[in-house]
Design a protein around this ligand. Structure first.
Ligand code: HEC
Ligand code: HEC
Length: 510
């Protein structure tokens, strides 16, 4: 497609999303498309791949690899040095992707609805960038509109947290590539079979070059698919939060309320949600030397006494003490990922804080129960930290410092497909829409002129006589120039579609 057309299309379609800078648009080209029902999905990628291999994990994530000076980070709570729970993971596992073409392929797959049986659902349907790569429903809708078993968590920070807390609410996955197979094949989520998927992706055409660039050959395999998607998830690192800036600046950027909230968090929450820097799941509470050993144990936070619908970790370990244990995802961007908990039962951060203040249930398996190391230091029965109104507001304010605004608008992580409705069925045939096509037979190019006083977005589609779509374009001008480029000699049908009108003319390519 011509560059001018692309610019117009992007301006018209994406302009509303405040998506683009001029420089970026000029380097983006259409590389493929697919159509489902009346919706056309056009794939746009930058001419040069975006840079993903420059992720700069700040020094404080690596500070003191052997002994992490907690006093500097948690001044009210602990003194002295304790082992850094994060650094050992990081020195072993900064396996951040180095190949920009691989991540590009992963991005396209992540957003491609062809990964679901009926082309209705992509990974992003339940892990949306604008929602911090989570969903805003308690249970998400799968490809046949069925409800998922649990709330869709955010999927950020995985390279930092995977060895720490595993993956999934019940931690039943530890390897990201293998985990990607689960949603694709899940009967509720995407319902797809990998053998069929390989054939389907092959037929789409646009994957040839993407696999070629990423793997040096265009062969599509299950392993290649899962690895590329996993690599895309490995670059989802929200490192530009107010908290991160605060650590770097000794919290000069924090309001007094946020400072108060951080102190409460460091006192009551960070044992399970490692406070800084990754703000993740569980640690053993009382014994810092056990922090790393306890990674494999998600916690039971006394959310509910009824585990009949979801046993948590026990659903695969069958251990009675694992009933009700869950592994919370990273709390980065938590402000954006409501509703909360594995069952999506809490609608707001205020509700979460209210729960920890007053509503913790006396589950014997709970980390807060008297039999537990944490519980032994708490009043019996423990129903919550009993916060004042001011303390609750401060905790919420602190949780909001975990949002990374640049992460949810980062174009490199955004949907590369542009969807447009193409409702041929209800279009009225109006031959007067097209004024002229010349020269016809075309020479190097042909110009199609049509009516368009009010600069409406007008779609052009060129079909072969056998009915297959050959090329598409869109413009808000009153003409469109078609390049001969890849059109083999033959007869074609040019369809011009504007609002609910359509006109079709024949074009001859000699
Ligand atoms: C229909 C909704 C839906 C779709 C589609 C979907 N997911 Fe999920 N995702 C979920 C739910 C629900 C969970 C939680 C499942 C659980 O823990 O039992 C989840 C969990 C995850 C997790 C674990 C996050 C964590 O920190 O524990 C990752 C990673 C993930 N999904 C990636 C993907 C990828 C990649 C795709 C596409 C191949 C995908 N998901 C498609 C709903 C969905
Ligand atoms: C005993 C360990 C523990 C403590 C202490 C703890 N949490 Fe949690 N937290 C968890 C677990 C486990 C989950 C997931 C529970 C579930 O879904 O069943 C969770 C879930 C959450 C979630 C929802 C995450 C999401 O993505 O849906 C938020 C927010 C949260 N906790 C905040 C806090 C705050 C604030 C505090 C301090 C007041 C705190 N937690 C103290 C263990 C703990």
């Amino acid at each position: 497609m011509k560059k001018r057309t692309i610019i117009l299309l992007l301006t018209a379609v994406l302009g509303v999303l405040a998506f683009q800078t001029k420089a970026v648009i000029e380097g983006i080209g259409k590389v493929g498309e697919y159509q489902v029902g009346s919706t056309l999905y056009e794939l746009f990628l930058p001419d040069e791949p975006y840079i993903y291999n420059d992720i700069d994990i700040p020094d404080y994530y690596f500070a003191n690899p052997d002994s992490w000076n907690v006093a500097s980070v948690f001044p009210i709570n602990t003194g002295g040095s304790v082992p850094n729970p994060v650094a050992p993971v990081l020195t072993e596992y900064p396996s951040l992707p180095q190949d920009n073409d691989m991540v590009t392929l992963g991005r396209v797959l992540f957003y491609d609805k062809n990964l679901s049986a009926n082309q209705s659902t992509s990974c992003a349907s339940c892990h949306s960038q604008s929602l911090g790569f989570a969903d805003n429903k308690a249970k998400s809708k799968g490809f046949l509109d069925g409800d998922t078993r649990r709330n869709a968590p955010n999927i950020a920070d995985i390279p930092l947290t995977i060895h720490w807390r595993g993956i999934l609410w019940d931690r039943r996955a530890t390897e990201l590539e293998a985990m990607v197979e689960l949603p694709v094949q899940d009967e509720v989520e995407m319902g797809m079979d990998f053998d069929d998927l390989v054939v389907r992706l092959d037929n789409l055409g646009y994957y040839d070059e993407l696999f070629q660039k990423a793997y040096g050959s265009s062969t599509i395999t299950q392993d290649r698919i899962t690895h590329a998607v996993a690599d895309f998830m490995r670059v989802l690192m929200p490192l530009n939060t107010k908290l991160d800036q605060g650590i770097a600046s000794n919290f000069a950027n924090f309001t007094p309320q946020e400072i108060q909230g951080r102190q409460i968090f460091m006192s009551d929450c960070w044992h399970c949600h490692t406070a800084v820097p990754t703000v993740t799941g569980e640690t053993d509470v009382m014994d810092f030397t056990k922090m790393i050993a306890s990674m494999s144990y998600p916690q039971n936070n006394g959310l509910s006494l009824d585990h009949s619908s979801d046993q948590g970790v026990a659903s695969w370990t069958n251990a009675p003490t694992d009933v009700g244990r869950f592994s919370a995802p990273s709390l980065k961007n938590i402000e954006l990922t409501a509703p909360y908990m594995h069952d999506g039962s809490m609608a707001t951060l205020e509700a979460v804080v209210e729960f920890y203040s007053k509503e913790i249930k006396p589950d014997p398996n709970s980390t807060f129960s008297p039999d537990n190391m944490y519980g032994s230091s708490l009043p019996i029965p423990f129903t919550g930290f009993d916060y004042t109104v001011e303390e609750k507001a401060a905790l919420v304010a602190f949780l909001r410092t975990l949002t990374d605004p640049s992460f949810i608008t980062d174009q490199r992580l955004s949907d590369p497909f542009v969807a447009t409705e193409h409702s041929t069925g209800v279009l009225q045939n109006d031959p007067t829409l097209i004024d002229n096509i010349y020269p016809n037979p075309m020479v190097e190019r042909a110009t199609i002129q049509f009516q368009n006083r009010s600069r409406e977005l007008t779609h052009l589609r060129v079909y072969s006589l056998s009915g297959s779509l050959v090329t598409v374009g869109a413009t808000v001008e009153n003409q469109y120039t078609l390049e001969r480029n890849n059109l083999p000699p033959g007869q074609y049908l040019v369809s011009v579609e504007q609002a609910n009108r359509q006109a079709v003319h024949k074009l001859i390519v000699p």
